[in-house]
Design a protein around this ligand. Structure first.
Ligand code: NDP
Ligand code: HEM
Length: 475
């Protein structure tokens, strides 16, 4: 039987080709409601793009836990044998929604696990560190990556001015400018939770943790020249690669691993283990295998399932929690605030964001609140009518902060160079050459005083680093 086209109110439509007009040459009658509805809906097809990470691609999949890590966590999603449906959205950071994929940029690696204890989101990147360690700097940093207010152009000068004045960025800048700065595809990147989080076991003991997802496709990268050739022909190279591989049944996989630090080790650590510009060296904190993650299902509707997907570091499950990392603490506020603005107050009711468990809050009303729950007198809390109640068994163990509240200089006592030197030393000669020439290219048009300030930072990492960049710049 043929389906009859309708208005949004379900009224059948007799003609979707010709406006209703007074005579063959018009004008149009107000009563042609379907024309008005079509034009009005088109005007509302866009929602604000993400303020960062606007260009992205995503797919659904499954997390499988193959190892027993119950001594570290009671989280059901992390118990041996558990399989959990998940969503992964990859992205670039700086470009707008229509930006080309094959750009030199950090890749976002945002995970949502639909667990039996509510959603667990791990909103990370393809790098283990970040450009800054204090959230005060995030809006300024992002402004340097976006467009100049007058020229509306991206500005190398702004980027290097900020970086050269912010030595804590050196680690991430070195990774960004290395061969890994332009991944061949999203399938060929690692994912990192980046921040230090915590795991809590059934006895209430807390362990500090770093989350890693190592690509089983292998790290593969492309050069600036290769990227230019790709972008000239295809701006959606990573979207295409991901979609087509999943459609062909070539499901990308990652090995899920963690590093663990005890509270005692954290106190005695030679660097701040909650500083997002640092990694935990593998030699000191070995990788522990946990399981595997596989992407095996393309979204059916990009807008509904990927554009409206709303990830937030605030979504944690019992057995997984936060850490004192200042950046993480700020992100816990920032993401749900962004979603309420970008998607709407009730963004978590949308199918892609909705947990698989019952949601029992006392929030009421609000724009587009469509859920009809069973009538109840328990619409406030506490109540005498059997409404949902708190459960103290989910309380977390306290963690020590124990210090005077003040504005501590985040540059004091933090070495911005040692780990960058370790990274530089593990690069092959070819990787170093790529690093130097990528930096020289990215410094095009930057005033000499800013270049010199940055060279002085490279010098503190390794004299060969500064010398290599100088040579590539022809200085
Ligand atoms: P290891 O030799 O044990 O580990 C080196 C790590 O560096 C590997 O994970 C490797 O990733 C990664 N790596 C290699 N080249 C690059 C690059 N161009 N950009 C980013 N990562 C790269 O040493 P340590 O653990 O002691 O760390 C030494 C340095 O390695 C760190 O200062 C940091 O810069 C970097 N690193 C460390 C990580 C960690 O969690 N410890 C994670 C990622 C980087 P792969 O195995 O995938 O090739
Ligand atoms: C997206 C804020 C640091 C990874 C976003 C968004 C905001 C934001 C507002 C857009 C959210 C949306 O509209 O859906 C911040 C702030 C930061 C910070 C305030 C620092 C204080 C980081 C760090 C990482 C990261 C350190 C990685 C370790 C991401 C990713 C996305 C994102 C992957 C895209 C999520 C998606 O795919 O929808 N960030 N961010 N951000 N951020 Fe951050």
């Amino acid at each position: 039987m043929k389906k009859v086209m309708t208005t949004t109110a379900g009224n059948p439509i007799s003609d979707n080709q010709n406006s209703m007009t007074a005579g063959p040459r018009g004008p149009v009658l107000m009563q042609d409601y379907q024309l008005i509805e079509k034009l009005a809906h088109q005007n509302r097809e866009r929602i604000p793009e993400r303020v960062v990470h606007a260009k992205g691609s995503g797919a659904f999949g499954v997390l499988e836990i193959t190892e027993d890590i119950s001594k570290y966590t009671k989280a059901k999603v992390l118990q041996k044998g558990e399989t959990t449906k998940m969503l992964l959205r990859f992205s670039t950071v700086a470009g707008e929604k229509g930006a080309a994929d094959a750009e030199r940029d950090v890749r976002g690696y945002a995970l949502k696990f639909y667990t039996r204890e509510g959603n667990w989101d791990l909103v990370g990147n393809n790098t283990p560190v970040f450009f800054i360690r204090d959230a005060y700097k995030f809006p300024d940093f992002i402004h340097t990556q976006k467009r100049h207010p007058q020229t509306n152009l991206r500005s190398n000068t702004a980027a290097w001015d900020f970086w050269s004045l912010s030595p804590e960025s050196l680690h991430q800048v070195t990774i960004l400018m290395s061969d890994r700065g332009i991944p061949k595809s999203y399938r060929h990147v690692n994912g990192y939770g980046s921040h230090t989080y915590s795991l809590i076991n059934a006895s209430g003991e807390r362990f500090w943790v770093k989350f890693h997802f190592k690509t089983l496709q292998g790290i593969e990268t492309i050069t600036n020249k290769e990227a230019e050739a790709i972008v000239a022909k295809d701006r959606e190279s990573n979207q295409r690669d991901l979609f087509e591989n999943i459609q062909a049944g070539n499901f990308p996989k990652w090995s899920f691993e963690i590093q663990i630090m005890t509270n005692e080790e954290a106190k005695n650590c030679s660097f701040d283990p909650f500083d997002l510009t640092k990694v935990w060296p593998h030699g000191d904190y070995p990788m522990i295998k946990v399981g595997t993650m596989t992407l095996n299902e393309n979204p059916k509707n990009y807008f509904n399932e990927i554009e409206q997907a709303s990830f937030s570091p605030s979504n944690v499950v019992p057995g997984v929690s936060f850490s004192p990392d200042k950046m993480l603490q700020a992100r816990i506020f920032s993401y749900p605030d962004a979603h309420r603005y970008r998607v709407g107050t009730h963004y978590e009711m949308l199918p892609v964001n909705r947990p698989i468990v019952d949601v029992n809050t006392y929030h009421a009303d609000g724009s587009m609140n469509y859920e009809i729950k069973e009538p109840t007198d328990a619409y406030y809390e506490p109540n005498s009518f059997g409404g949902a109640v708190e459960d103290a068994s989910f309380a977390e163990p306290a963690f020590e902060t124990g210090d005077m509240a003040d504005r501590y200089n985040h540059r004091d006592g933090n070495n911005d160079f040692v780990q960058v030197t370790a990274l530089f030393n593990l690069m092959s000669d070819n990787q170093k050459e790529q690093l130097f020439s990528n930096i020289a290219e990215a410094m095009g048009g930057v005033p000499r005083n800013i270049v010199d300030r940055q060279l002085a930072l490279f010098e503190q990492v390794h004299k060969d680093y500064a010398a290599g960049v100088k040579k590539a710049l022809g200085i």
